[in-house]
Design a protein around this ligand. Structure first.
Ligand code: NAD
Ligand code: DAU
Length: 340
């Protein structure tokens, strides 16, 4: 039996990871820590709250006193840190909270891991720490050796955290691992990110705001495949190692939007080109050969199947996203898109 502490478990990927663990490891305990920011949603965990192997604590990972108390009580074997401010556009508006949560929060968690002899601290990082690639060199991909070279306050905060994690490995021999994954999509994705925003707007026949020309490329992975990769890394990955995670599934933003429009039987006339994101990364592409060769990981869901499952999930789970849209999200949407 393992006690796995999952931070940020009320968010998109963390929530999927909690479900992933509880459904596959009935002998393990899963303890979720989340401060429930605008992106955290207990509805995402409503079907596991009664599970005897699940516990939830509303704690901010930057609150060292509360984190220490929790570790003393729970004594986790493994900590997987998903908690973060994750939205690039919000980091451009207000970087401060990104530096606090994404860097200082990581320090607080790792200090607790050292004090309570946690056997693995896993940092959920991102391909954005590598910066971007040119659009006209399809052979170029990010490997674990690609230098960190960030573009946004968000990616700079994530890269800073990665450096701190490796510093704790070298200095204190804290048994750490890092995964750097490409763009995820799937159930419980917060409705201000590209794919859920386009599905929901299209369902309402609302304009579909594409930044710039829509030529930017992202490398999309179904969220359950990311969860499987992290699960393998925490159980079989080597301490001190970084693993890139991605499924060789590069798509231009405009093609993603057209796919959604067409699958929903809507008109492409809904597509509206709006002002570009400041410093907008051109292309991400992950080389996942290390995690494949060393841990045997491969993605299982291809994009066509994954996007259909995702669209279906949003159609069938309207109450989940409607509640979000009625709240703070509205203010964000107006601020971001009204004069764009
Ligand atoms: P998300 O924004 O959906 O969820 C983040 C969660 O963290 C929320 O539940 C939020 O309440 C919680 N949180 C934020 N600040 C906190 C704090 N100070 N203390 C405790 N909890 C806090 O994010 P996501 O898309 O699920 O991303 C999860 C992680 O995966 C992030 O670290 C992100 O950098 C990384 N990542 C995301 C993607 C992607 O495509 N979404 C890809 C690669 C890596
Ligand atoms: O690559 C991994 C990263 O993927 C994660 O580290 C981040 O946490 C996650 O948010 C995601 O970052 P992106 O910036 O790539 O995701 P986002 O959904 O915000 O945007 C995807 C692309 O779509 C990007 O090129 C910007 C564009 N876009 C986005 C929105 C919200 C639009 O054209 N219109 C939009 O309205």
């Amino acid at each position: 039996m393992k006690k796995i502490l999952v931070t940020g478990g009320a968010g998109f990927i963390g929530g999927n990871f909690v479900h992933y663990l509880l459904s596959r490891y009935p002998e393990d305990k899963v303890i979720c820590v989340d401060s429930l920011t605008y992106a955290g949603n207990l509805d995402t965990l409503s079907d596991v709250t009664d599970n005897a192997n699940f516990g939830f604590y509303k704690i901010d990972i930057t609150d060292a006193v509360s984190i220490d108390k929790l570790f003393a009580e729970v004594l986790p074997d493994i900590v997987v840190n998903f908690a973060a401010e994750s939205h690039v556009d919000r980091s451009i508006e207000d970087p401060g909270i990104f530096l606090r949560t994404n860097i200082l929060g990581v320090q607080v968690l790792m200090d607790a891991c050292r004090k309570y002899n946690v056997s693995r601290y896993h940092q959920v990082s991102t391909d954005e720490v590598y910066g971007d690639l040119p659009l006209d060199k399809p052979e170029m991909m990010f490997t674990e050796q690609t230098p960190l070279h960030t573009s946004s306050p968000y990616s700079a905060s994530k890269a800073s955290a990665d450096l701190l994690v490796m510093a704790y490995y070298r200095t204190y021999k804290l048994p750490v691992t890092i995964s750097r994954c490409s763009n995820n999509y799937g159930p419980y994705h917060f409705p201000e990110k590209l794919i859920p925003l386009m599905i929901i707007n299209a369902l309402y026949d609302k304009p579909l705001p594409v930044y710039g020309s829509g030529a930017n490329v992202r490398d999309w992975l179904y969220v359950e495949d990311h969860c499987a990769a992290i699960d393998l890394i925490i159980r079989k990955g080597k301490a001190g190692e970084v693993y890139n995670v991605g499924g060789h599934n590069e798509k231009k933003n405009i093609d993603i939007v057209k796919t959604i429009v067409n699958k929903l039987g809507k008109s492409e006339r809904l597509i509206t080109f709006v002002k570009d994101r400041a410093g907008h990364d051109l292309r991400y592409a992950i080389d996942p050969s290390k995690i494949h060769a060393e841990l045997g990981w491969l993605p299982r869901t291809d994009f066509d199947e994954g996007i259909e499952k995702t669209i279906e999930w949003y159609i069938n789970n309207k109450p989940w996203w409607e509640k979000i849209i009625n709240g703070e999200y509205r203010n964000y949407y107006e601020r971001m898109y009204e004069n764009r």
